[in-house]
Design a binder for this molecule. Structure first.
Ligand code: HEM
Length: 458
């Protein structure tokens, strides 16, 4: 595609006044209206101070996130608020960090840690069952968060953090990201200017640093001689092409970035799962059948992952309908042309997985929940039709990790319990910085006859 062309045309425009009344009432409905008006074309939203372009068609998304990614930066003012939590991107070390993580959490590595993850998840489910004894209702988000922080810590950080510390870290991270939300909605406010949520954020940040700095200091003092598979040992051994190594501060930032990337999205995704299973009886039945066939009352372990194929399809379809990262913003570098539409440099362009996943010519009957879309050999789609995990140089490295985690959580729970979901499972989700269930989802665990004992113990 040419970078500029005399024949290029301007993007169609959607003025804010056309969507403002809906936006005030229901931001998700406003987004859907924008999607319907755009109809897969590139459009420009006239919002006043910001006039972002919106791209939804997979071919256009591919240009922005992948083919010409160098022109559509993830750095810049938009990420200033987040830098208060995760620090400044560490140049070449950022790429070393990504490479270390990718190696640690994808492909063959999954086989290495899947057994350990299974044991950790089963233990966490045991404790969840104690809290939920006698039908006590549990808040799904809180329970999923406990499981996720334990699993990530056990598998990626090893015994540098105790279970208790990892749960405390989870609480502080949740508090910090929630307190950052006002700033994320107003990224142009400089970090030095006091703003809503700052005090809570400061407190949570101190708690995070009190937990994380000692780990990385200790690891650094031990030196890089350890052959450990955990993320800190690996980062200590990593160097850039110029031979630079991670400082204590950069190690801290890397670890916090990992937790930010790997936890909030996963917790939201696991919570959406219960929303979906609360209304899709047939899916829940088939899922339980598969888990009974594969795991039965045996010991849950990593080798089951390969056979839990329908479980994986349910995970992917849940996240097609509800991608937690509903928008992926980028800052435009130079002027560009995408599919004949002129893109002016300097502004903002937004890719929206939520809208791409609802394009009817890409995903027929897009609002229907159908895990069969992800059956192996199902009709081919554009490789960027599914955007839940992003794509290109900043795409998610944790996709396989997440899928394994979700398969194990479902297997650990459904092999022993019937999970009852309370509230209205048809309620529309809430659109904020992330897409999440509107209200807290409550669940209760009803033990299945003959399945009281945990399926894995070590
Ligand atoms: C449901 C679960 C998850 C979802 C929906 C998700 C989604 C995403 C998305 C959309 C991106 C790209 C962001 C962008 O292009 O601006 C991303 C990046 C990333 N994710 Fe995930 N993710 C999930 C789980 C995980 C897990 C479990 C890990 C680690 C174990 C992880 C680590 C990362 C990392 C390291 C990046 C790259 C950051 C960068 O290079 O800038 N994610 N994720």
């Amino acid at each position: 595609m040419p970078m500029t062309s005399a024949l290029s045309r301007r993007a169609g425009e959607i003025p804010f006044r056309d969507i403002a009344p809906t936006f005030a009432r229901d931001p998700l409905a406003a987004l859907e209206r924008i999607g319907a008006r755009a109809g897969g074309e590139i459009v420009r939203l006239r919002l006043g101070a910001m006039n972002p372009y919106l791209v939804t068609r997979p071919e256009h998304v591919e240009h922005v996130l992948s083919d010409n990614a160098a022109n559509y930066g993830r750095e810049g003012w938009l990420w200033n608020p987040l830098s208060r939590l995760v620090g400044e991107p560490a140049g070449d070390l950022w790429w070393s960090w990504r490479a270390v993580l990718r190696e640690l959490v994808s492909g063959p590595s999954i086989d290495r840690f899947a057994d350990e993850m299974a044991v950790t998840i089963v233990r966490a489910v045991d404790e969840m069952a104690e809290r939920g004894a006698g039908g006590t209702r549990l808040i799904a988000r809180r329970e999923m968060s406990r499981i996720v922080f334990r699993a990530i810590t056990r598998v990626l950080v090893g015994d540098m953090l105790t279970t208790r510390q990892s749960l405390r870290l989870g609480e502080s991270m949740t508090a910090a990201t929630a307190a950052l939300r006002p700033r994320l909605l107003a990224p142009f406010v400089p970090n030095a200017v006091p703003f809503f949520g700052d005090r809570t954020f400061g407190r949570a940040l101190r708690e995070i640093d009190d937990l994380v700095f000692p780990i990385v200091r200790e690891a650094r003092e031990r030196g890089d001689r350890s052959a450990g598979h955990d993320v800190v040992s690996r980062l200590l051994r990593a160097t850039t092409e110029d031979g630079d190594r991670f400082t204590v501060r950069q190690l801290r930032d890397s670890l916090v970035s990992l937790y930010v990337g790997a936890t909030e999205t996963t917790v939201i995704a696991l919570t959406f799962l219960w929303v979906v299973l609360g209304r899709e009886d047939d899916v829940r039945e088939r899922l339980t059948e598969e888990i009974d066939r594969v795991v039965g009352s045996g010991r849950l372990n990593g080798s089951h992952l390969r056979e839990l194929t329908y479980t994986k399809q349910v995970a992917l379809e849940t996240l097609r309908l509800y991608p937690p990262g509903w928008m992926l913003p980028r800052v435009i570098g130079r002027d560009d042309v995408i599919d004949g539409v002129r893109i002016d440099g300097g502004g903002l362009i937004v890719v929206s997985p939520y809208l791409t996943h609802r394009l009817p010519d890409v995903w027929p009957e897009p609002t229907r929940f159908d895990p069969g879309r992800f059956r192996p050999g199902h009709e081919p789609r554009h490789r960027l039709a599914y955007l839940t995990f992003g794509a290109g140089p900043h795409g998610c490295v944790g996709r396989s990790f997440f899928i394994a985690e979700m398969q194990l959580v479902l297997a650990a729970l459904l092999s022993r319990f019937r999970v009852e979901v309370h509230g209205d499972p048809t309620a529309r989700p809430k659109l904020g910085m992330t897409l999440r269930p509107r209200d807290e989802v409550e669940i209760s665990l009803v033990p299945r006859a003959g399945r009281e004992s945990p399926p894995a113990r070590s």
